[in-house]
Write a protein that binds this ligand. Sequence first.
Ligand code: ATP
Length: 276
Amino acid sequence: MHTLNDLHLTPVATCSPFLRIENVSKIYPTPNGPYPVLQGVDLTVNEGEFVCLIGHSGCGKTTLLNMVAGFSQPTTGAVYLQDQPIAKPGPDRMMVFQNYSLLPWKTAYENVDLAVKAVNPNMSAGQRRSIVHEHLNMVGLTEAADKRPGQLSGGMKQRVAIARALAIRPQVLILDEPFGALDAITKEELQEELLTIWRDHQVTVLMITHDIDEALFLADRLVMMTNGPAAQIGEVLDIPFPRPRNRARILEDPNYYDLRNHVLDFLYRRFAHSED
Ligand SMILES: Nc1ncnc2c1ncn2[C@@H]1O[C@H](COP(=O)(O)OP(=O)(O)OP(=O)(O)O)[C@@H](O)[C@H]1O
């Protein structure tokens, strides 16, 4: 029997990475002239990978992920998802923001339902109902389905936003500092839930964070950005902790402190911000 090597064949998955950011630069026009935010950014992400981005405020993290979402276009270079250039937003890439961005006059159920309906206009009402309930249940909000955002805590609102994004069944989930506004306990709970969802949905995740411990707990790789203007990827750190991850076990791992110090050194010595 021949193996792939005998036949000189390469499995398809290794030929082309799932998501490619290729030589991306972004220049914003401003009243004071063109402002180059990003320059020469290259990154490839494998299907199902969990990648976090860290960097000082204003270095261009949101700008970069907006281009993956399709909200804006690179000035030069391109972003590809499965070899297709990303030209506009689409249901294959869903973004979740720090401020939840829920419709305040709609219930949790209606917020999720509206998104499912927008993407699947011909889906039967029964099928839609079952998808909405499945995803509210996944984030533990079955009981709160009929509450409006004003009646929900910050953590619950972020759960609705995550359920809404996942109910569309995106290939890429883009999270822009989703837990930044939450208290420490709620944040840890949501991190655990996010890992479970990521594992069950096998979705590719790109997530901006300012929290080194969060990145070390969640990510397969941590992308560290240099400062702007003309920010780049300074370094990409592999996070080797086995999965499923256990917070206590990670904290006991001697590697944890080496990795943490490495990121601290990057952010506060090698690329210290003038304001720090
Ligand atoms: N539409 C725009 N026009 C002009 N400048 C912009 C625009 N959007 C962002 N910027 C500027 O580009 C830079 C990068 O912004 P961006 O929001 O991408 O940074 P960030 O790393 O995500 O910051 P933070 O961590 O504070 O969210 C900032 O200086 C910002 O003021």
